[in-house]
Each structure stands twice: as structure tokens, then as C-alpha cells.
Design a protein around this ligand. Structure first.
Ligand code: NAD
Length: 439
């Protein structure tokens, strides 16, 4: 049976390692962050991901899952090594490959025999070959003559449903160059293979491109429906009805047609930027992707404009912001639209009462430089005496707010529903000054 090491214990690495252990594989998760590893050893999971803590504890108990900062030991004991470290964006939009390359070099340093090196991080096309070169070069320097293969196996899980997504993927993409590598990948994903998950074998470059193209297309769909929503507002159409109808066309599909304050998170903003950068570098501009990014940046600003136009004067107003994370069921605040909206409103002299069911801790770090924020205990404390409510993230608990209580607690009944979770007509009947997106 193969022994697995997963390097990088973030949203992707920890879920990958834990799910593979749950599939019965002997797995070790490695990270350079000692505090993270020490907490994980005690069963304390550093991220909010539904079901993950229980799964970690269960697999640690069965001794299928271990945690370490010792890369030498991890590489020595494993024959299958996943790289799942971060690839954050740089100033020019390109992905920062420092962490991936550092891990590749370390793998070569500690290699004691054949290793299959699987890149799970989202990386620019050509990275697989670079990883191969780095490992080969280091082995040469060290006078080691050892075989290895590099595989690209991009990850498509979504935060908030990561365990389900990893264990029930729409597809598994494997960019491999040798039969041996493909066979090992089949073994590693045996459970999924037996469940008839589609396995797509490509070369390394195509696998790397699939991940970017996949995310960019989804981002494009969001920017598209956001533009349609903005136009609907001008012409008296309802984007909800439009999206519902066009989504019924099988060629379009109903998913990712929800208008809102723009996409955020650790993937879409960074991956669209990276793909646009790859296009520019290769003299093949990705014009739709560039437009997608611009539309998304504008959408966040448009939300602030919407609020300003409705309330006329923002200086000295107090607004409640419900939902801060980039989407529900995660604590991830990376590039969340709430950050731009809150910062812009604060600049205009607004005091913000903010609340998120899970993301308060992360939000305090991300918004540390913004004064005039009150971090509230719950949604009802946030709305007390405020001049309006902005729903930015559609957590379940915001879908069924006590509207009577809301109205009697607020100074004025402005209600900006940036996720269209309430019915405009009903809200207006109840006396709210309701604004959705494209409705
Ligand atoms: P993350 O920032 O949550 O975690 C990265 C981890 O890598 C951190 O714990 C960090 O300490 C660790 N690390 C960095 N350098 C290391 C080293 N040299 N050795 C060991 N550990 C090291 O990142 P993430 O969100 O899990 O994303 C990882 C990759 O997966 C990225 O390329 C991302 O684009 C991609 N991805 C993310 C998602 C998602 O939803 N978060 C989905 C699909 C793909």
C-alpha cells in the first residue's frame, strides 16, 4: 500500500490528507507552521470546514493520519507526495511560486528512493516541468541517482463543502507522463475510481490549464450575470427571472448565475489574475478574463454606489453589515467583497456594525486598519439603532431574520440585500426601503 505525505496543511492540504486517510491510506500532513501542526496533533483544526474536525480526530485515532513539521521524515516514509502549499498572487497578478519550488527542492534533498510528486496547488502552466527540473538539478547536486515522476492533479473542492467535494468530485484530472505515475494515481484514488468518478488523463500542461480555465469560466459566469443584473435595474427587468430562465437552457446551466457583490475568496480573484498574466506573457491576451476581473472590481464599488444613491448622505451614518466571509460556511476572508465594501463605506464616514457567524476572528485581522467598526455579538446587536442593513454573505441564519424586530430596532429601514435572499415586494410591503441586485 502506498504511503502518502501531503505538504501544506491549509484548506486543500488538510482536506486532501484527511480524506485520503479516511480512504484507508497511511497519511502524514506536513507544514512549516509549528503552531498549526501542534494544534492539529491535539485535534484542533485551524480552519472552519464543516465535518473536518470529526474526520481528523477519527483518523488520528485509527493512526492513519499523522501531523509533522519534519519534512525529512515525511519524505523518507512516503512514496507519494502531494504539494498543496499556497500560490498567492503577486503585484503583477502572477502566482508566487516560491513555496512550491521550496518544497520541490526539499523533496529532492530528502529523497531516499522513487517518489511520485503530485502537484495539487493551482500553478501556472509549465510549473510541472519546472518542479521536475528543480528536483533533477538538486538530485544531481547531491550525487543521488533516483527515479521520480511529477504529476499535476489540480483540486476543485469548494470551501464549505470541501469534504463532500473531495469525496464526490465531478472529475479527477491527472496530468501524467508515465504509465507508472498513472497507475499509482489510480491506486491512490481507488475509492473514487471504483465509484466511477470520471478520471481525465492529460499531459501536465493541459492539467495545469484545466484548473485555470475551469475557475476563470466560473468567474466569467458570475461577472456576466452581475452585468446583466446591473442592466436589469436600469430597464425594469428582474435578474432573478432572467437567470432562472436562461439557466434552464442546458447549454448554459443554472449554476453560478447568482448576482451579488462580486466574487471573492482565495481562488477566483487570484486565478483569474494569474490566467490573465499567463495570457499576457505568452502574447495571447485573455480578453474575456481581463474583462471578468474589471467587472468584478467594479461590482464591489457599484454596491457602495447603490447604498450612497439610496441614502443620499453617508457621512455620520451607522450601517449594519451582516456576513463578512467571501461565502457562507467558511471562515475564509481572503479577497471577500465585504472588505472593499466596508473600507469604502468607512472612507465615506460611515460607522459599521459588523457580524459574521464564523468569520469574526479572521475579519478582525483583515480589517485591522479600518477604524469605525464595531464587532457585534450577533445580527440583532449589529442592527440596533443603525440607519440601514447590508447583507453581504448569505449565511442561513440571515435568511429568516425577525423582520418586525429589525424594523423596530433600526433608525431608518434601508435594507440592502446584496444576495437577493428576500422578496422585494414583501419587503416593501413591510415598510423596508429594499434594494437587491438586479431586482
Ligand atoms: P493555505 O494558505 O490555506 O495553506 C497553505 C499551507 O501551506 C499553509 O499552512 C502554509 O503554512 C503551508 N506551507 C507553505 N510553505 C510550506 C513549506 N515549504 N512546507 C510545508 N508547508 C508549507 O492554502 P490553500 O487555500 O489550501 O491553497 C493551496 C493551493 O490549493 C493554492 O494553490 C490554491 O490556489 C489551491 N486551491 C485552493 C482551493 C481553496 O478552496 N482554498 C481550492 C482549490 C485549489
Amino acid at each position: 500500500m502506498h504511503k502518502i505525505a501531503v505538504v501544506g496543511t491549509g484548506y486543500v492540504g488538510l482536506v486532501t490528507g484527511t480524506c485520503l486517510a479516511d480512504f484507508g491510506m497511511d497519511t502524514v500532513c506536513v507544514d512549516i507552521n509549528e503552531e498549526k501542526i501542534n494544534n492539529l496533533k491535539k485535534g484542533q483544526v485551524p480552519i472552519y470546514e464543516p465535518g473536518l474536525t470529526e474526520m481528523v480526530i477519527r483518523n488520528v485515532q485509527y493512526r492513519r493520519l499523522q501531523f509533522t513539521t519534519d519534512m525529512a521524515e515525511a519524505v523518507n516514509n512516503a512514496d507519494v507526495i502531494f504539494i498543496a502549499v499556497g500560490t498567492p498572487p503577486q503585484e503583477d497578478g502572477s502566482a508566487d511560486m516560491r513555496y512550491v519550488m521550496a518544497v520541490a527542492e526539499q523533496i529532492a534533498t530528502y529523497m531516499n528512493g522513487y517518489k511520485l510528486v503530485i502537484n495539487k496547488s493551482t500553478v501556472p502552466v509549465g510549473t510541472g516541468q519546472k518542479v521536475k527540473n528543480v528536483i533533477a538539478q538538486k538530485l544531481k547536486e547531491l550525487g543521488k541517482d533516483m527515479e521520480f515522476d511529477v504529476v499535476s492533479n489540480p483540486e476543485f473542492l469548494r470551501e464549505g463543502t470541501a469534504i463532500y467535494d473531495f469525496t464526490h468530485p465531478d472529475k479527477v484530472v491527472i496530468g501524467a507522463e508515465t504509465e507508472k505515475a498513472k497507475e499509482i494515481m489510480k491506486d491512490v484514488y481507488r475509492v473514487l475510481y471504483l465509484n466511477e468518478t470520471p478520471f481525465i488523463y492529460t499531459n501536465i500542461e493541459s492539467a495545469e490549464m484545466i484548473k485555470y480555465a475551469n475557475n476563470a469560466f466560473l468567474a466569467l459566469k458570475i461577472s456576466f450575470i452581475n452585468e446583466v443584473a446591473n442592466l436589469c435595474e436600469k430597464v425594469g427587468a428582474s435578474v432573478q427571472q432572467v437567470a432562472n430562465a436562461i439557466g434552464k437552457d442546458g447549454r448554459i446551466g443554472s449554476k453560478f448565475l447568482h448576482p451579488g457583490p462580486g466574487y471573492g475568496g482565495s481562488c477566483f480573484p487570484k486565478d483569474t489574475q494569474a490566467l490573465a498574466h499567463i495570457g499576457r506573457e505568452n502574447g495571447s491576451p485573455m480578453q474575456l478574463v481581463e474583462a471578468t476581473i474589471r467587472v468584478n472590481d467594479n461590482q464591489k464599488i457599484k454596491m457602495v454606489q447603490k447604498i450612497e444613491e439610496a441614502m443620499v448622505e453617508l457621512q455620520g451614518k451607522k450601517l449594519a453589515v451582516l456576513g463578512l466571509t467571501f461565502k457562507p460556511k467558511t471562515d475564509d476572508m481572503r479577497d471577500a467583497p465585504s472588505l472593499t465594501i466596508i473600507k469604502e463605506l468607512a472612507k465615506k464616514g460611515v460607522t459599521l456594525n459588523v457580524y459574521d457567524p464564523i468569520g469574526m476572528h479572521e475579519a478582525k485581522t483583515s480589517l485591522a486598519n479600518v477604524e469605525s467598526i464595531n464587532y457585534c455579538m450577533d445580527e440583532y446587536e449589529a442592527i440596533q439603532d443603525c440607519d440601514g442593513i447590508i447583507i453581504v454573505t448569505e449565511w442561513h441564519q440571515f435568511r429568516n431574520l425577525d423582520l418586525e424586530r429589525l424594523k423596530s430596532s433600526m433608525k431608518s429601514p434601508f435594507f440592502f440585500d446584496l444576495r437577493n435572499i428576500y422578496d422585494k415586494q414583501r419587503m416593501n410591503q413591510l415598510g423596508f426601503n429594499y434594494f437587491g441586485v438586479g431586482v
